[in-house]
Design a protein around this ligand. Structure first.
Ligand code: FAD
Length: 383
């Protein structure tokens, strides 16, 4: 009988894992992939939409188009996970697994920051980023604050990219002279594992007159006075506030009793949870890498190899190396590439390539390759 693999979440991690295992195992596996969303959207596409470089429709990869991928896609919400029995309840039925993979990502909670929904905007959810496009279209210039409200947060370079792209956007519309851009970040440097990348980003901020507030969070907004209240008790007045909201595991994961200190602990080499036959990959874990798609994908690739070995009756030998390549938007069609490695118990390291227009093409290929692999169709991130 084919081994039953159930994958929860069709994001970066779930799509990579389901695609790899189904393609390599054929009829040896009975694979089910469950997701509640309409489709997949790359994190970087959220910025592309927000800054009007493409349209929402172009960046949404609909799950309804996932035909003939060698697995069953179930459009449903996961409502209960029993990791001991490897049984999952969803709005589309109950599924029993021989191997269960939790790839449900991080949920975002704008309401956790007082005043954020009433007095500002978040740009990390798909809906928030798409809505921010219209907010920006109607913005006449003024004081812009881009800020992180809690840790951990996905894609640590994204707020810095947002500040740099904001500079490009306002300049192109003739609004930059009447505007001020500030960035509030909990980190001491923009890209902590790469001093070289951090220096390049800080130099770009300096050149563009972007104000950098490190080692701080925005705790609350006062919508009446339009002031952001920072963790060091200082205040920043704003006309436009773009915030990174609080992150947490999806409610169903918390209720399953799989978390410790808010996230699912896994073996950093194998991605196995403490429940036999249950893996977790990506943002939902506390594996020790930043929460980013490239790391979710790398973890999924390792979990996939181990699952394939198990299905074939072999000893799983593949181990996760904590490596990932991040692209960094500098604006004006220039992109840098940071190659980072996060190994458990070691200081993370990363080098810098670029920024250059060649690397903008490299980033575009990165997106196109994944959509070809996961959805079997051609796509370019920005036309
Ligand atoms: C603005 C921005 C820019 C970014 N840029 C980059 C970048 O350039 N490079 C990079 O590597 N990363 C980037 N990221 C981060 C990246 O998007 C995430 O880290 C990545 O998607 C995590 O992958 P994942 O598989 O763990 O989770 P996700 O991709 O978030 O997937 C989780 C899936 O689970 C589903 N789900 C959740 N709960 C349920 C439920 N109860 N029932 C059913 N389905 C459920 C969701 O619908 C979702 O599809 C960016 C993020 C943002 C916000």
């Amino acid at each position: 009988m084919a081994m039953r693999v159930v994958v929860l979440g069709a994001g970066f991690g779930g799509l990579e894992l389901a695609t790899t295992v189904a393609a390599r195992c054929g009829t040896e596996v009975d694979l089910t992939l469950v997701d509640r969303s309409e489709g997949f959207v790359f994190g970087f596409s959220k910025l592309d939409v927000m800054f009007d470089r493409t349209s929402p429709d172009r960046v949404l990869h609909r799950y309804a188009d996932l035909a003939d991928r060698g697995y069953r896609f179930v459009p449903a919400t996961v409502t209960a996970i029993d990791p001991e029995r490897k049984r999952v309840e969803t709005t589309g039925g109950t599924f029993d697994a021989d191997i269960l993979v939790v790839a449900l990502g991080a949920d975002l909670d704008p309401a956790a920051t007082p005043g954020l929904t009433a007095g500002g905007h978040e740009f990390y959810t798909v809906a928030g980023a798409f809505a921010a496009r219209d907010v920006l279209r109607n913005f006449a210039g003024g004081r812009v604050v881009v800020a992180v409200t809690s840790t951990p947060f996905k894609c640590p370079p994204a707020p810095s990219e947002t500040a740099l792209l904001m500079h490009e956007y306002l300049t192109a519309r003739g609004l930059r002279d009447g505007s001020d851009i500030s960035l509030v970040m909990p980190l001491g440097t923009p890209i902590p594992p790469s001093p070289e990348a951090s220096a390049a980003v800080l130099a770009a901020f300096e050149e563009r007159g972007i104000h950098w507030y490190p080692e701080r969070l925005v705790r609350a907004l006062d919508p009446a006075t339009r002031k952001a209240l920072l963790s060091d008790d200082s205040e920043l007045p704003y006309d436009l506030f773009l915030g990174v909201p609080a992150h947490r595991v999806p409610e169903v994961v918390a209720a399953a009793g799989m978390t410790v200190d808010g996230w699912i602990p896994v073996d950093p080499l194998t991605l196995e949870t403490r429940f036999p036959g249950v893996y977790a990959v990506g943002d939902v874990t506390s594996v020790g890498t930043p929460k980013a798609g490239v790391f979710a994908e790398g973890q999924a690739a390792v979990a996939a190899e181990r699952i394939i070995a198990t299905i074939r009756g072999d000893e799983p030998r593949t181990h996760y190396d904590g490596r990932g390549i991040c692209y960094l938007e500098f604006g004006h069609d220039r992109v840098a590439k940071v190659d980072v490695t996060f190994r458990s118990g070691e200081r993370p390291v990363g080098g810098l390539e670029g920024p250059s227009t060649d690397l903008a093409a490299d980033k575009s290929d990165f997106g196109a390759e994944r959509i070809a692999r996961w959805f079997g169709r051609e796509w370019t991130p920005v036309q």
